[in-house]
Write a protein that binds this ligand. Sequence first.
Ligand SMILES: *[C@@H]1O[C@H](CO)[C@@H](O)[C@H](O)[C@H]1NC(C)=O
Ligand SMILES: *[C@@H]1O[C@H](CO)[C@@H](O)[C@H](O)[C@H]1NC(C)=O
Length: 272
Amino acid sequence: MKCLVLMIISFVHVGVCHLNCRGEVPRIRNCDKVCDENNICKIRAALLLPKNTSFDACLPAVSPVLDLAMEDPVIKNTFPPWLSVEWLKHDVADCDAAYAVISAIDAFNDCAHVFFGPACDFALASVARIAKFLGMNGTPMLTTGGFTFDFVKPKQTCEDEFYMLVRAGPLGFKDLAYFIIDLMRHFKWQQLLLINEPESQLHVAGKSTCHLMMKSFANFLKTEEIIYTPWDTTSDGGLNYTENLKFYLGYKYTNSNGGASQFYLIHMLIDQ
Ligand SMILES: *[C@@H]1O[C@H](CO)[C@@H](O)[C@H](O)[C@H]1NC(C)=O
Ligand SMILES: *[C@@H]1O[C@H](CO)[C@@H](O)[C@H](O)[C@H]1NC(C)=O
């Protein structure tokens, strides 16, 4: 946490005379400064999360934790005594991308120096694409979200899509993809069937969590040249799971009697 805080402070102080990501001399609003004319110094941190408790990272769950953390002596001692922190809480309704952007703009108008959240991937992507243009030299963002593989790409220059974003979460979909890939390599398996319900696990990363996970898996399976077949369970072709499983598995994943089972499948389909 110490480095995080120092990082935020240094973000806020970074070279005022440099050009910003639009190649312009930054226009500084009075409130962009951490210390006002009376020398009262305050970091304004905006928390951009949904109120809706259907999402793991929601205001009712996260803000008490942050309040507790701010009371902790370790955190208190990290900040210089002349600097206080004010939390601005914004409801990103239903973790939706449009609400996330408008909340970020509201927070920017309220002179936020740093954003915490959003945590849902689509909402996060929308805000993280513009954060580099907000404020003097961009507004830093911290999130535990950002699971999709796009978020693990480099973010160190203005040209990078998600410049100003810091992912503080422990795990992304890339890590899960490589867990599967390592397993495949270990057992010398050649191909796999990805069974996926695209709109499930909404509470983790919001809309299309599983779809985004599958997209990340597909990306890295391709890179590692592992053959995969995707099965989206919401397009069932009028067949039940048992039938679809037979259809998708076919003979491809069996060994000695593979041909026989494929023949059986065709036979069954003709029979119907
Ligand atoms: C919370 O979000 C879920 C999932 O999007 C939705 O079904 C539910 O209606 C929302 N609840 C409220 C109170 O908005
Ligand atoms: C799926 O459909 C087949 C063929 O119509 C039927 O025999 C089978 O009982 C069904 N399975 C389930 C789990 O409903």
